[in-house]
Design a binder for this molecule. Structure first.
Ligand SMILES: Cc1cc2nc3c(=O)[nH]c(=O)nc-3n(C[C@H](O)[C@H](O)[C@H](O)COP(=O)(O)OP(=O)(O)OC[C@H]3O[C@@H](n4cnc5c(N)ncnc54)[C@H](O)[C@@H]3O)c2cc1C
Length: 420
């Protein structure tokens, strides 16, 4: 069969890999000049890093399996890293249960409640599906206490989902907690290693990869589907779309019932705005720092070179400062200068020695749809894989209740390929 895949992110590539193993003729259309989608990367000092911070968990079994199949498993290494919380003007280590026991912004009783309730979610053997109907905020306040919500979860939920935070389901929170592992995985040379190996394998299997190829319409035809873009018009037996649901709805010009169109359009996502700084000096010693501070304009700071030695990046400290912002929010289109000014304010609070002159280079990335808003009841409204005869969709909107990640992308790619 001749199959078109829209998008060369992990989901599209994973689907392409499965289908080409079965001798199907696959063509991938990717609008960007580089593959990887949300997992894409940039060059920094003769090396590469992800545009948006990425690491893996020891529970990411499909990634681990794929690296073995692609013979790059020696490149994926797991590291014990330090994580922390910045609140009340100081950094608190937050990597182990003992760190929680020492977390003085909470009373001892609240630390115990927080540990027990979070541990309960973490060690459940199966996803607790009834939590789909309960808002995370309500669940946390009931079982961990209002103070725990105020000091830890509230700033994180509100930082990530802003005005949508009170609707986010407790099952999403379970997904965030359950998949985590104490050690974090990272590829020597970034996730580019995975994408390069996957693309090389796909090319060997005869798969065509069209970069810089934006698809503008998908139309049903009596023999299959017609895919159109600038200088592109080709007929395929089947198509898999890996863009988010509202974009898939926009691309498909015929053959969808109105009710499905309204459903696809109603699924919303937050965008991400991420600043990478090359710095002369380190800011602090944690790899991951949750910024639970009302003053902070950013949700998270990831000091990448506290996991991977700075010698791999010309001796420079690499720091990510990131936030999730809805694409309709005016902050989404602020200028690069304003982003740098706003996002770096927190660095001075974290390290009083920090000066703007430490910045050697900066990179700003914005993506309008990066995190699906999974409100209560999301399980019942997950979009289908098969949208119409010969038209399929697999995307981040279907990763619930797990947290959106590359491992889930591989799973969705396999799932949709199996359906075909
Ligand atoms: C800030 C941030 C941090 C993250 N951290 C991690 C992490 O630590 N670990 C982890 O595993 N995951 C992480 N993720 C999530 C991970 O990146 C995503 O889950 C995954 O990349 C989604 O892959 P996908 O293929 O489903 O979608 P995408 O990567 O979005 O791929 C869709 C592709 O479709 C292309 N496309 C769109 N429209 C068209 C069109 N009209 N024509 C042709 N092509 C089109 C896009 O350019 C894109 O390449 C993070 C994401 C973000 C934003």
């Amino acid at each position: 069969m001749k199959i078109a895949i829209i998008g060369a992110g992990i989901t599209g590539l994973s689907a392409a890999y499965e289908l080409s193993k079965q001798q199907h003729k696959v063509t991938i259309f990717e609008r960007s000049e580089v593959p990887g989608g949300l997992g894409t990367y940039i060059k920094v000092k003769n090396n590469y890093i992800e545009r948006y911070y990425h690491h893996f968990f020891e529970s990411d079994n499909l990634i681990i399996e794929l690296t073995k199949e692609l013979k790059i498993d020696n490149k994926l290494k797991f590291y014990k890293v330090k994580t922390g919380v910045y609140c009340e003007n100081r950094i608190y280590p937050f990597s182990t249960p003992f760190d929680l026991l020492r977390f003085s912004p909470l009373s001892f009783l609240n630390r115990i409640r927080c540990g027990l309730a979070t541990g309960f979610l973490k060690f459940l053997p199966l996803p607790p599906y009834p939590l789909d109907k309960i808002p995370a905020e309500k669940w946390i306040k009931k079982y961990e206490g209002k103070k725990v919500y105020e000091k830890i979860w509230g700033p994180l939920l509100e930082g990530k989902f802003s005005k949508y935070s009170s609707k986010i389901s407790a099952l999403w929170l379970w997904g965030r907690i359950a998949d985590r592992s104490p050690r974090l995985g990272y590829f020597d040379g970034s996730v580019k290693i995975l994408f390069d190996a996957l693309l090389a394998k796909l090319k060997k299997k005869g798969c065509k990869i069209m970069l810089g190829a934006q698809i503008e319409s998908i139309e049903k035809d009596k023999d299959g589907v017609i895919i159109k873009g600038k200088n592109i018009e080709e007929i395929f037996n089947k198509v898999i779309i890996t863009t988010v649901s509202p974009v898939a709805n926009f691309l498909i010009k015929s053959g969808l019932p109105q009710s499905l169109r309204s459903h696809l359009k109603s699924i919303d996502q937050l965008g991400a705005v991420c600043l990478i700084l090359e710095l002369k000096h380190s800011i602090q010693s944690q790899y991951w720092l949750n910024l639970c501070d009302k003053k902070s304009k950013v949700l998270v700071m990831v000091e990448h070179t506290n996991m991977i030695d700075k010698k791999y990046y010309g001796g420079r400290t690499l720091v990510y400062l990131a936030n999730y912002i809805h694409r309709d929010d005016p902050r989404f289109i602020t200028t690069d200068e304003e982003i740098i000014k706003e996002y770096t304010q927190i660095l001075k609070s974290i390290n009083s020695n920090y000066k703007d002159s430490w910045i050697l280079k900066s990179y700003i990335s914005r993506v309008p749809r990066a995190q699906t808003i999974f409100s209560t009841g999301a399980l019942k409204t997950l979009p289908p894989f098969k949208l119409a005869d010969n038209i399929y969709m697999a995307n981040i909107d279907q990763m619930y209740p797990h947290d959106r990640n590359l491992d889930q992308g591989i799973e969705l790619g396999k799932k949709v390929a199996a359906m075909i």
